[in-house]
Design a protein around this ligand. Structure first.
Ligand code: 5GP
Length: 139
């Protein structure tokens, strides 16, 4: 399957769709998942048009992982959780729904269960607050 630049993350990268951004550099962007599985659910994407991990340039993948590491640490601090789950799906059969490579950062702690994947839209005010908390944790 060829990369389709009509996907929602490509639109966010072009500024055609809104997002609650937490971090951006020359290679990657991090923003809040609009249908979070848990409070603080954050996505990290490369700016390169790449549909999944198997099509990724390894150098860009490394740069994206550096952002995953940096933002993941900030999410852990901002949400004061003992663990961060990092998830990444490749292909429809694996559950991928947006075909632009992305990493899910999910705060985990005992007693807080993950909600269903990509089901319920969050309150935008809450997402804005969560993004601000993560940005503050990176400062
Ligand atoms: P996937 O299923 O491809 O691994 O994950 C795609 C993720 O993108 C899901 O967690 C879903 O909630 C999220 N998502 C879908 N549409 C949007 C959107 O318009 N904005 C943001 N920020 N996240 C989205």
């Amino acid at each position: 399957m060829a990369y389709d630049d009509g996907n929602i993350f490509a639109k966010i990268l072009r500024g055609e769709a809104p997002a609650f951004k937490v971090f951006e550099d020359d290679y990657s962007l991090a923003f809040m998942d609009v249908m979070p599985q848990v409070p603080g659910h954050t996505l990290v994407i490369p700016k390169d048009p790449t549909e999944d991990i198997f099509h990724a340039n390894p150098v860009i993948l490394g740069q994206t992982m550096a952002t995953v590491q940096k933002v993941g640490e900030a999410v852990k601090k901002a949400f004061d959780v003992p663990g961060i789950m990092i998830a990444q799906l490749n292909g429809q059969a694996a559950g991928q729904t947006v075909f632009h490579l992305h990493f899910h950062l999910l705060p985990r702690s005992q007693g807080i269960e993950l909600q269903m994947h990509a089901r319920e839209m969050a309150d935008f005010g809450e997402l804005e607050t969560h993004a601000a908390r993560i940005k503050a944790a990176m400062a």
